[in-house]
Design a protein around this ligand. Structure first.
Ligand code: FEO
Length: 404
């Protein structure tokens, strides 16, 4: 793929990673892209780099537009490996460039490279850099999602280089939202935004609200939002901002998710009458078996729904290991305003359901209590209890949803 012009003299010079399926543990069935951008102004400026393996691709893209020695500025919005590990290769061909980065970014970069050999300029929110016709305005966005993170706004062109923010893991021949919606679908794009937010940005909702307010205070009203992953927003940049505002405010659908694992199918057998009880109250329900579903999909579906029931057998008096893994992921993501309950089968002493509620308590989730346990295999009487458990959960969920 060649460089793609997103606004006059501003080019995408990134790389498409069609093959990646495991992005630091995050399953990426559609691959991803590492986006970086070249501004061909009087002082040529590169915004971000790419993952190391794709260094030659971006360097060749740059060379097709300009001699890299003419690059005067390199802006590093985020130092995570997928965006900054090719920096030394870039600086080898662009030795005249000054790197613009936050103070925390520089500290982090020092752990990866000997930065003493490069010209470095530390920037903070509100600082600007005139590069010719265009002016770059920097906005620190610490913990969205690393301490070093920032965004860069090209004022005259109206382009916001938003690093991971507003990104998605999608490899495609389309570079823009309108193209992707035609080639694939707008729904797939919307879903990829939610998937990315749920798995990467869920803990930072309050900060996201504050930073979107800062964008407005600084007069940043982007015509184009150019993230470091996936599709560039040029047709509907406001749409993705609104979507972030909704998610940061804890938007969830009136739906119940049943996430379960099972040893000898008893817990699985419980999930069916529970789902029937939920649906009897007119509440949508989806069942996800943990070992059959990628973790990022479980996290996304949990995030989209207002309530989740976790089904876990007891193994050695504690939760089933896959459920412990799932709740560890969710605990780290610090979800808010979600209703949770637990059920499961046990043979001897039990313990898994109790442990699940202890974790809900630590996570600050709204608890639907008591949980439901059956011994060994559910009897027809147990199945009726499961049905009633699901029904009661749905009633509580409707009540809870009305609070938002
Ligand atoms: Fe795409 Fe936080 O790196």
């Amino acid at each position: 793929m060649k460089p793609v012009e997103l606004k006059k003299d501003i080019f995408w010079v990134g790389a498409i990673d069609w093959a990646v399926r495991d992005f630091h543990g995050y399953e990426t069935p559609r691959g991803t892209t590492y986006n970086n951008y070249l501004i061909m102004d009087e002082e040529v400026t590169l915004i971000d780099t790419v993952k190391y393996d794709f260094s030659d691709i971006t360097i060749n893209h740059i060379k097709s537009l300009v001699d890299p020695e003419k690059i005067k500025h390199v802006v590093i919005n985020h130092i995570e490996n997928d965006h900054a590990t090719s920096l030394d290769k870039i600086m080898a061909v662009a030795p005249n460039a000054t790197i613009h980065i936050t103070g925390r970014g520089k500290k982090g970069l020092d752990k990866f490279f000997d930065t003493s050999k490069w010209k470095m300029n530390l920037v903070k929110t509100g600082d600007t850099l005139k590069i010719g016709k265009n002016t770059l305005l920097f906005l620190e966005t610490p913990m969205i999602h690393w301490p070093d993170s920032m965004m860069t706004f090209c004022q005259e062109a109206g382009v916001l280089f938003s690093q991971d923010g507003f990104g998605q893991h999608l490899a495609s021949s389309a570079r823009f939202d309108d193209e992707f919606s035609t080639i694939v679908s707008a729904d797939v794009l919307d879903d990829a935004v939610i998937d990315y937010y749920a798995n990467i940005l869920m803990p930072f909702g309050q900060l996201i609200l504050e930073k979107i307010a800062d964008l407005q205070k600084l007069g940043i009203n982007p015509e184009i939002i150019a993230p470091d992953h996936g599709i560039i927003w040029r047709a509907k940049p406001q749409k993705v901002i609104e979507s972030y505002l909704e998610m940061a405010n804890g938007k969830a659908d009136l739906r119940a998710i049943i996430v379960y694992d099972t040893m000898w199918k008893s817990t699985e057998m419980m999930s069916v009458p529970i789902s029937e009880g939920i649906m009897s109250e007119g509440v949508d329900c989806r069942i996800l078996k943990l070992r059959a579903t990628p973790m990022n999909v479980v996290i996304k579906e949990f995030w989209k729904a207002r309530g989740t029931l976790f089904g876990t057998p007891t193994l050695n008096n504690i939760m089933y290991p896959s459920m412990a893994e799932c709740l560890t992921h969710l605990r780290g993501l610090r979800p808010k305003n979600r209703l949770a309950g637990a059920f499961g089968s046990y043979g001897w002493g039990g313990g898994a359901v109790k442990e699940a509620y202890e974790i809900f308590e630590k996570m600050g989730l709204e608890k639907f209590e008591p949980g439901l346990q059956v011994i060994y295999k559910p009897s027809s009487e147990d199945e009726e209890k499961c049905y009633q458990f699901g029904k009661a959960f749905a009633l509580r969920l409707k009540e809870y949803q009305a609070r938002f």
